[in-house]
Design a binder for this molecule. Structure first.
Ligand SMILES: C[S@@+](CC[C@H](N)C(=O)[O-])C[C@H]1O[C@@H](n2cnc3c(N)ncnc32)[C@H](O)[C@@H]1O
Length: 214
């Protein structure tokens, strides 16, 4: 097993059981990795809807039990936007639990690693969190999403969630700084705080203006 595979294995060891157990006891936010129930979930995740400003298809990379697929489409609808959600999940067991929870979307929740899985379609939006891949693979992740997942006018929404696991290497938010360091043009950015504490840092780029050379 190489270093990257060890990282993904470690991700599964960290998350799989706790997400599945949370889901099984009806803690749907916990089934997507967020403590404190649905009210805190909204305070942390609603910020992402700021990146949506037109109708379209959306892939949530690392969709867990599909709660973001559900809630973000509702928040987008409140803005008058029609967003069609799709999900990709590393853990086959979590993906299966998501399909059981959301049977009407079962056909659009896939299991695979974003770095090897090949999408069958292009998306208008893709959301992803930095820690889906090791720090050394993050530039490749962004490049891969731009060239293989997003439509030619698509938008990538790249986030860092806090607190980070204690094992994670230090990398400072904001998410926009990470994208800029890789040389991409950032279209917008936002953050969510609870009681002053940073919970989500997000930034988005458009394929059309991500790189001067594109
Ligand atoms: C914190 S949850 C995110 C849930 C939801 N998308 C959100 O933004 O709140 C992260 C999920 O990403 C999945 N994941 C981690 N690395 C991944 C990878 N390389 N490819 C696909 N999914 C991955 C994990 O298994 C986990 O279910």
């Amino acid at each position: 097993m190489n270093e990257n595979d060890r990282y993904y294995q470690h991700t599964l060891e960290l998350l799989e059981e706790s997400y599945l157990e949370a889901d099984a006891r009806g803690d749907v936010a916990g089934g997507s990795g967020s403590g404190g129930g649905l009210e805190r979930w909204e305070r942390k995740r609603r910020v992402l809807v700021g990146a949506f400003d037109h109708d379209g298809s959306w892939l949530d990379v690392g969709c867990a039990n599909g709660l973001l697929m559900e809630t973000l489409t509702t928040w987008a609808r409140e803005k008058g936007l029609q967003v069609e959600p799709y999900g990709l999940e590393l853990s086959p067991r979590i993906a299966e639990a998501a399909r059981r929870r959301l049977p009407h979307w079962a056909g659009r929740i896939w299991s695979g690693n974003v770095m090897t899985w090949e999408p069958q379609m292009r998306f208008d939006y893709v959301t992803v969190i930095a820690e889906s891949v090791p720090a050394t693979a993050r530039h490749d992740l962004v490049e891969r999403l731009i060239t293989r997942f997003l439509s030619s006018t698509g938008r990538l929404i790249f986030s860092i969630y806090m607190p980070r696991p204690p094992e994670a290497p230090p990398e400072l938010p904001p998410a926009s700084a990470v994208l800029k360091r890789f040389g991409y043009g950032v279209k917008g950015e936002a953050e969510a705080r609870i009681d002053g504490e940073l919970k989500v840092s997000t930034a988005w780029l458009d394929v059309t203006s991500a790189r001067p050379s594109l």
